[in-house]
Design a protein around this ligand. Structure first.
Ligand code: ASP
Length: 446
């Protein structure tokens, strides 16, 4: 039997209790020999995630207070785990050293360096809890980035070959280093990516991802009155679509390495390890599909729609190109496009636009010689389902369900792969929209 790579999320490692539970789950299955950890997350309601604290060093006027808060978190967890005082002191001293090094460093990557310390110390602590037959291997020995900070799969493969890992290792997630030894982090939530990379590199049989939720819900529980059911199994394409469109349970870039290596992923709750959770399989694997027509529903707020109108626009074969290059001049792509004879609607996420909305609209007007209207506060709902494209009747029913509630889509479209229905609605109606679709699905056993 091959090995399992298990990644444990930060919310499950927010306290000494979480570390103990993690160790119990790891010991329960001897195949779990490669463990990837996040930095301690939020304890219910209180405090900040360690990564958020460290990240605040980018802007805070009080770096000393920040580092003190980080140290307190680690020391508290370490004491809760009843580590001997020497080890607690060692953890505190590591943070002092990191702070001193951070202050000395002049390069941009110093922020990545200090941010990576959350995962680094988390991994040291878990290895210590697991005992002497476990070792902690620093991610800088395995995960490689280019000088400009892009993940480098070729160099990572070489590093793995050189490291000749043999099981029972804990590896910090979220970061790696470039050829000059500088640390770079993945984007937020990136320990999921580390886990997937390790699974692919060692040729694992299974990639497990444990969090504080029992798996992937059919819809976001915060959007519903009733508790949604869990998705038992799904394909990588479906998971990727859901992750990209707002399901926060797995980083969508964590799908590429395992998908390519054809390694199934299991998402489960660290507190309920015996429940199956959600399994994700390659697209051409029969196990990926259940008889449910709808796999999941996701939602995301915070989009602006640029509606560009010009009579006879379709006669100008450069028109779309001009509109997109206007956006690209601002370093922007788009999330979604719909077209008509005289109109082109381009939907862009607000967090990328910032306060440049009007300037962008004006640039499009100038470059396209067209009218541009803005619709703000657009939300996008995505219904993911294997055969959605083939069951036009169901798509009609979904839209009808919204119509009878007076929810008027700003746009809707069956995605290119025919496995998703994307619906733009006023952001204030997102909750109602998700609720209505879930209820329809639930009532009709879809
Ligand atoms: N600690 C990092 C974050 O909060 C990475 C991770 O948890 O995956 O984004």
């Amino acid at each position: 039997m091959g090995d399992t790579v298990l990644k444990i999320g930060g919310s499950s490692l927010a306290s000494a209790e979480g570390f103990r539970q993690a160790a119990k789950v790891i010991r329960n299955d001897s195949k779990r020999r490669y463990i990837i950890v996040s930095a301690p997350g939020k304890r219910p309601k209180e405090d900040m995630k360690v990564t958020d604290l460290l990240r605040s060093l980018r802007s805070t006027q009080h770096p000393i207070d920040t580092m003190r808060a980080v140290k307190e978190r680690f020391v508290e967890i370490a004491k809760g785990l009843e580590f001997e005082q020497d080890f607690v002191d060692f953890l505190a001293a590591s943070l002092d050293e990191a702070e001193a090094r951070f202050k000395k460093l002049r390069c941009e990557t110093r922020f990545d360096y200090i941010e990576s310390r959350g995962e680094y110390l988390s991994a040291l602590m878990l290895a210590k809890v697991l005992g002497s037959d476990w070792q902690c291997i620093d991610a800088t020995k395995l995960i490689r980035f280019s000088i400009s900070g892009q993940y480098d799969a070729i160099m990572t493969r070489r590093a793995f070959r050189r490291a000749k890992l043999s099981g029972n290792v804990v590896i910090p997630g979220y970061y790696g280093c470039d050829s000059r030894g500088r640390i770079h982090t993945f984007s937020r939530g990136g320990s999921d990516i580390t886990g997937a990379v390790v699974a692919a590199m060692i040729g694992a049989d299974l990639y497990e991802n444990a969090t504080d939720v029992p798996g992937v819900y059919v819809a976001n529980p915060n959007m519903l009155v009733m508790t949604p059911t869990l998705i038992g199994r799904m394909s990588y394409s479906q998971m990727q679509e859901m992750a990209y469109r707002g399901a926060n349970v797995l980083h969508y870039e964590a799908i590429y390495p395992v998908r390519e290596a054809r390694i199934p992923t299991r998402l489960f709750g660290l507190l309920t390890p015996n429940n199956l959770g959600t399994y994700i399989y390659p697209d051409d694997d029969k196990r990926a599909y259940s008889d449910h027509c709808i796999t999941g529903i996701t939602e995301k707020p915070g989009f602006t729609m640029f509606s560009i109108t010009k009579p006879g626009m379709n006669a100008d074969d450069q028109f779309t190109l001009k509109a997109l290059s206007a956006l690209s001049g601002y370093g922007l792509g788009y999330d979604h496009i719909t077209t008509g004879l005289d109109t082109l609607d381009i939907i862009v996420p607000d967090d990328k636009i910032g306060d440049r909305r009007e300037a962008i609209a004006q640039t499009i007007r100038d470059m396209c010689s067209a009218d541009v209207n803005l619709t703000s506060e657009v939300g996008i709902v995505c219904v993911v389902g294997q055969d959605l494209g083939k069951s036009f009747v169901k798509v009609t029913h979904i839209l009808n369900t919204l119509a009878v509630r007076g929810i008027e889509p700003i746009f809707y479209e069956l995605g290119g792969s025919r496995t998703n229905l994307v619906i733009g609605v006023a952001q204030v109606r997102l909750r109602e929209t998700v609720g209505a679709i879930y209820e329809y699905m639930f009532r009709n056993h879809l």
